[in-house]
Design a protein around this ligand. Sequence first.
Ligand SMILES: Cc1ncc(COP(=O)(O)O)c(C=O)c1O
Length: 473
Amino acid sequence: MRQLEGTGRGRLSRRGLLTGTGVALGGLAAAPAALAQDTPPPTDPDFGDGDPTLRPDFPPAVSVEPPAPGGVDWAAVRGQWSMAPEEVNLSAMLFASNPRIVRDAINRHRMALDARPVTYLERNNRPLQNAARAAAGQYFGTPGGDVALCENTTEGVSLLYAGINVRYGDEVLTTTHDYYVTHESLRMSLARTGGVLRKIQLFEASERTNAAEIVGRLIAAIGPRTRVLALTWVHSSTGLKMPIRAIADALAPINAGRPQGEKVLLCVDGAHGFGVENETLPSLGADFVMAGCHKWLFGPRGTGVVFGTPLGWSRVSPTVPTFLAPNAYGSWIGGYDPGPTTAARMTPGGFKAFEHVWSLIEAFQFHEGIGKAAISARTHELGLRLKDGLNQMPHITVRTPMDPNLCAGIVSFDVEGMSADAAVHKLRNGNVIASAAPYAVRHVRLTPSFRNTPEEVDYALNLLNALKPRARR
Ligand SMILES: Cc1ncc(COP(=O)(O)O)c(C=O)c1O
C-alpha cells in the first residue's frame, strides 16, 4: 500500500500543510480531463447494494491451526491476548478484549479505511458483511442468509421484540429471572401493540432447581393466546443455563396443532451461552437466538448477531431501514414492497465501525480453529474448579447449579455478611476483576473463560477465602 507522506514524525507543520494544499489543488485542476476519459465504475449508492461480483481487498487471510492431536495448547491460546499483567480478568461475561488475529484484522481494515474511506468501503462492504454472516452461520449451524448483524445483544433483542408481530390481546410469556433488556424491550413493544406481557417464576432457588421443574412451569403457563416465549439462555443473575432444547421439545406438540401464525416462537437472549456452549440454532431448537459477539466469543467490540429460522423471520417486521438487503434502495426508489422479512432486511443500515463488523470473520475462525467443543469443555472445567473451591468455604453460598446441563461459564455466589458490591470491591483491590449482577437481588459473579488459567481461578479463591467473617475464623 502506498505510504502517506508529508506528516514528518506525525506532526503537520504549517509549511507542510501549505505544500500539501498546493499539491492537492494541482491534482484537482487536472481532474476533469482524467474523469472524462474514465468509464464510470459500477455505482454503489448505498454501499451495500453494489456489484455482487466484487471481491474484498482483504479476504480473511488468517487461518488458525486446528488443535494438535494431544489437545489444545491453552498457554499458546492465552498468548493471543495482550492483557494487562497485573489484572486477573475473570469477567469474560462483560466486555471482550480481542485475540491477536481479531486485533490484526481490525487494524488492517481501519488503516485501509483511513486511507480510502469511500472506495475501500464500496469494494469491501457487501462481500465482507456477507462473509461475516456466513462465518456466523457456519459457527451456529444456520445458512448465512438467516443471520442478521447488529451491534450487541441489547440491539438484537430490541430489534426482535420491536418487530415481532404480536396482536392486541396476544401474550408474550417471559420469566422473572430474565434480564432488563428482555423485559424492557417487551414492555415498550407491547405498549404499542396492546399485547400482554406475563412474567412467571420458574424456581424458588436456582442452585436447587432442575430441568423438569423449569420446563414444567413454563409449559403449564402457555395459554391459547401465547405467541412468544421470551427467555435467556444463561441467566446473568445466577448463572443458571436454561434447558432450551428440553423446552423446545415440550413446545413441539403444542405447536403441532397450531397454524403457522399462532405457533409459540421460542426466542432466546443468547448473550452468555454463545461462545461458550457447543450448540447450534438447530440443536437448541429455538426460533431466534440473539447474542453480542463481544463477550465470550471475544469478537470485535460493538458486534452482535441475530439467528432466526424461516418460521421466525416470517413472524417479524423490520423496524430500522437496512442497507444490506439487495433490493433495499430499489424498492424505495421504485415504490414497491420489499417483500417478506429476511435476516438481511433485519440488519440495521447506516454507516458503522465497519472494521469491527468485518473482523467478525476472524473471530469465528479463531473459535473454530481451537474448536467449539474444546472451548466449551475448558470453560466448564474452570467454572467447576471455581465452584468446587467456593463450595468448601462455609461463608460462601453458590447460586449457580452444579449440574453441567444447567450451568455455563457464569459462577454466581453470595459472601456471608457482605453485600455483592462490597465483595466485588474487595476482589478488585486484589486485582481480580469480578462484577455484581444488575438485578433486584445482586450476586457476585466470576466468569472464567478459556482465556483464563487454573492458577488464576485459585488466586481468586484465595482472596475469597480471606473474606471469611471473623466469627468463622
Ligand atoms: C442476559 C444479558 N443479555 C444482554 C446483555 C447485554 O449484552 P450486550 O452488551 O451484548 O448488549 C447482558 C449484559 O451483560 C446480559 O447479562
